[in-house]
Design a binder for this molecule. Structure first.
Ligand SMILES: [Zn+2]
Length: 400
């Protein structure tokens, strides 16, 4: 087997009967532990229904939201403190979800949030506009921007070794908020959606808390990987552990001592990307994708701020056989906005569209040629998903 391929090349592709997700979808697991392309997969039961669909049917539809509302009020009462500078930290990009969460906490629950963004280096125009719209709503806001040279190198390594150019961004996104909370003496962090609800085993959706394994290490002896490389390997690039410190998670005990907890708003409020969009449109001049829809999908209001977003979804298509439209369609089926039949049509129309708008920006950012890009992509195609027909690569299994 080609060493660049995933070790799942014999695994049979199964699509969920309820949504359009296949069993190739990875689950959410700690990014800083990944040294190769092998990843845990979405949970499927023998009845051919994925766990996210089961979460929607068996858990989410039966939640007593009035009771969850009471839990949220109690939580805010516990952390609201007139003697403290801030009551809660809300991390986000200035997209619809972070605007919704912070505005709700401020206006309905009388909390004083500090908002914080782990910034991409290549902001889109629409992303920057929305970031300012967020600030205009009346929050103190921190913009945390990592070292350009190091982040572009990490992005290149993560693309070449893991085919996951977004990975250094995700590592920083998950690690930086608890570090900021620690510095500002904030004990409550509120994220939007619990990724486990859409990616993981149903058992991981029963708590309002993010598992600390996603943002902290168990001990200083933990092996940390960035872009698939161990910290020592960066000596080759004359980059020290200290240079990489912004990416390296703190030990769990540091957060335990200060009693810092990371919660998800999707536990307390019935979470819907569409509803969040309508909420945000009502309170500010939120901008959607000016092209009418984002490349690779039919939607226009999610993941708009970073010019590398398209590459994130396209590399998913290569590794797992599903792209951005699949991602959006699964949610829209579960939220009742489209049928599975419509979703199949949308996925087959948009999922494999190449994100060309910012392609040259991406190549320039990670300093590789177009040839090197396609070589890396083609070597990473798992043999159970792709076949070559002349110069063309074709997905073996399409959702029907
Ligand atoms: Zn499903």
């Amino acid at each position: 087997m080609n060493s660049h391929n995933n070790d799942i090349s014999n695994e049979k592709v199964i699509f969920c009967k309820k949504c359009v997700q296949s069993n190739q979808r990875p689950n959410t697991s700690p990014e800083f532990k990944k040294s190769n392309k092998i990843i845990g997969k979405l949970s499927f039961d023998d009845d051919g229904v994925c766990h996210p669909c089961k979460y929607y049917e068996k858990v989410k539809s039966k939640i007593n939201w009035a009771h969850r509302e009471k839990e949220l009020k109690d939580l805010c009462d516990k952390y609201r403190d007139k003697n403290k500078e801030y009551d809660v930290l809300v991390p986000g990009s200035g997209g619809k979800d972070s605007i919704y969460v912070s505005h709700l906490l401020k206006t309905k629950y009388n909390m004083k949030p500090l908002t914080v963004t782990w910034a991409p280096h290549m902001y889109t125009d629409v992303g920057l506009k929305n970031l300012f719209e967020w600030q205009k709503l009346g929050f103190d806001h921190l913009l945390v921007t990592p070292n350009y040279q190091i982040h572009s190198l990490l992005t290149k390594l993560a693309f070449k070794k893991l085919l996951n150019p977004f990975q250094p961004f995700i590592i920083g996104q998950k690690n930086h908020a608890p570090k900021i909370a620690l510095k500002y003496g904030i004990e409550l962090i509120m994220y939007g959606e619990n990724n486990a609800e859409v990616h993981n085993n149903i058992n991981e959706t029963q708590t309002p808390l993010m598992d600390p394994k996603h943002y902290s290490s168990e001990s200083t002896n933990d092996k940390i990987f960035l872009g698939g490389c161990e910290i020592d390997q960066f000596q080759e690039y004359k980059i020290s552990k200290k240079d990489l410190s912004i990416y390296i998670p703190y030990e769990r005990s540091v957060y335990e001592e200060k009693n810092i907890k990371v919660h998800f708003m999707s536990y307390y409020k019935k979470w819907s990307p569409h509803e969040n969009y309508y909420y945000v449109k009502n309170i500010c001049n939120f901008n959607f994708n000016p092209d009418g829809r984002s490349e690779g999908t039919y939607t226009k209001f999610a993941s708009l701020d970073d010019k590398t977003d398209g590459q994130n979804y396209f590399t998913m298509l290569i590794k797992f056989g599903h792209g951005r439209a699949t991602n959006d369609a699964c949610r829209d089926i579960r939220d009742g906005f489209i049928t599975r039949e419509e979703a199949v049509r949308l996925v087959n129309k948009y999922d494999d569209e190449f994100p060309k708008k910012y392609f040259q920006d991406f190549l320039d950012y990670i300093k590789i040629s177009e040839n090197e890009y396609w070589e890396t992509i083609d070597q990473a195609r798992p043999t159970n998903l792709w076949k070559q027909d002349g110069n063309k690569w074709i997905l073996k299994n399409k959702v029907v």
